[in-house]
Ligand binder design. Structure first.
Ligand SMILES: NC(=O)c1ccc[n+]([C@@H]2O[C@H](COP(=O)([O-])OP(=O)(O)OC[C@H]3O[C@@H](n4cnc5c(N)ncnc54)[C@H](OP(=O)(O)O)[C@@H]3O)[C@@H](O)[C@H]2O)c1
Length: 393
């Protein structure tokens, strides 16, 4: 049966890759809703190509522009805007599958709505699990939703685990590989001078700016450890991070009998997206077959927590539990944005997150309101701290 998609964050990097795969299989997939935040022009192009029933943007002015252009082009897509509109297209009967690819905390509410509506969720937005892992997983289980990981590492682990969770007892640990980002070998003393352009230039992957900076600080890997903890129900001690600069092995599962299963492929998000879209079938993703003679060498090293303090902070937040990872995530979002706007230096990202975690107490993540309060408090604290810092030269 054809799957009807709501694609949250269609104008982003994951959105682009998803639509690329969707366009290859018009018999299998059709688009119910596309959503953007401010990039109305790109959304218009996507609507003209994929003819969704609904398009969502962030505000009324962008919605009016998008609607005008669509009508001029003879396209009848309904245009709506705002956070509630994102929730509406995620739980609508018009779709059975929701691709969660909004960046940041803004993705939580619509992804949770999809879980509560029992949808098949293709999860790229890791913030939903980082902020409210237990609440989100409870919603998935209580409402019969199906969660398929799109993040390449989690998708790799999903592919290497037995489908029947009852057989997970033989798993001794999972190993998340990490490229180490653009600064794996850069002289540590020069990291203070890193520019947004340098931080966004990932050696292997092409991604949005926020996740690119997170890859450079390795906060991304820390968020992925938290995501893996909830997705695969494993304690932090059984989730290992291994630097693998070639990004050929996307992650591994170690079993009690000494076996290690790994998933390999070229670093292109269309592979995990196609896997999750078509699961349990396999379809063409447009990605070239892996040629191991071209890769030739696969290397591995342990992460350097001195060089990448954000990774250590995320591990600590996971160990502490409660709202600590929501606080970490919110402080990091504010700090990364300030870095991208050249308001703070690269090393001040970790310093801001650390200071906010220390300044705010931890409490049990007992409800979504508590989590959202922690998120808001962390944002306020991060802004106050950043305002007190000098602008980098
Ligand atoms: N890129 C990757 O390879 C990759 C891999 C694994 C996981 N992920 C995860 O996937 C998510 C998306 O990453 P990305 O790289 O695709 O990001 P991106 O390129 O920055 O795209 C983000 C998308 O979210 C929309 N958006 C931004 N702020 C929003 C808001 N406040 N409300 C509603 N929509 C908003 C953007 O709309 P506009 O274009 O209009 O701003 C865009 O469509 C992130 O959580 C990331 O961690 C990404």
């Amino acid at each position: 049966m054809q799957k009807r998609l709501t694609l949250l964050g269609s104008t982003g990097s994951i959105g682009d890759s998803t639509l690329d795969v969707v366009a290859r299989h018009p018999q299998r997939f059709s688009v119910y809703a596309l959503t953007a935040h401010r990039n109305g022009d790109k959304l218009v192009e996507q609507c003209l190509r994929f003819a969704p029933e609904v398009a969502v943007v962030g505000d009324a002015a962008t919605a009016a522009q998008v609607e005008k252009k669509l009508r001029e082009a003879g396209c009848r897509t309904i245009v709506t805007y705002g956070p509630q509109a994102l929730v509406d297209v995620s739980k609508s009967d018009g779709c059975d599958t929701v691709v969660a690819a909004i960046v940041g905390a803004a993705g939580l509410a619509p992804t949770l709505a999809a879980a509560r509506a029992g949808k098949r969720i293709l999860l790229a937005n890791k913030e939903a699990l980082v902020m409210s892992g237990d609440i989100f997983m409870d919603a998935v289980h209580d409402h019969g939703a199906v969660l398929l990981p799109v993040d390449s590492e989690h998708n790799a682990i999903f592919q290497c685990l037995p489908l029947d969770a009852a057989q997970h007892g033989g798993v001794s640990k999972i190993v998340l590989t990490a490229s180490g980002g653009p600064f794996r070998t850069r002289e540590p003393a020069t990291l203070v001078d890193v520019t947004p352009e340098e931080a966004c230039k990932h050696p292997n992957w092409s991604m949005g700016r926020k996740i690119s900076v997170d890859s450079a600080t390795m906060m991304n890997k820390g968020l992925e450890v938290i995501e893996a903890h909830y997705l695969f129900d494993l304690p932090g001690e059984r989730i290992e991070v291994l630097i693998h600069p070639q990004s050929t092995i996307h992650s591994m599962v170690s079993y009690a009998d000494g076996s290690v299963l790994a998933q390999l492929g070229n670093p292109d998000m269309r592979t995990p997206i196609a896997h999750a879209l078509a699961f349990p079938d396999r379809v063409d993703s447009g990605v070239a077959q892996l040629d191991l003679t071209q890769v030739a060498t696969l290397t591995f090293e342990k992460p350097d927590y001195q060089r990448f303090p954000c990774l250590a902070l995320a591990m600590k937040a996971l160990a502490e539990g409660g709202v600590a990872s929501a606080t970490l995530n919110a402080a990091n979002e504010v700090a990364v944005e300030a870095f991208l706007n050249r308001r703070i230096g690269f090393m001040a990202i970790a310093q801001t997150v650390d200071a906010v975690l220390n300044a705010l107490g931890n409490t049990s993540a007992s409800s979504l309101d508590v989590v959202l309060e922690a998120d808001a408090a962390a944002r306020r604290a991060a802004h106050t701290l950043i305002d007190s810092l000098p602008v980098p030269a």
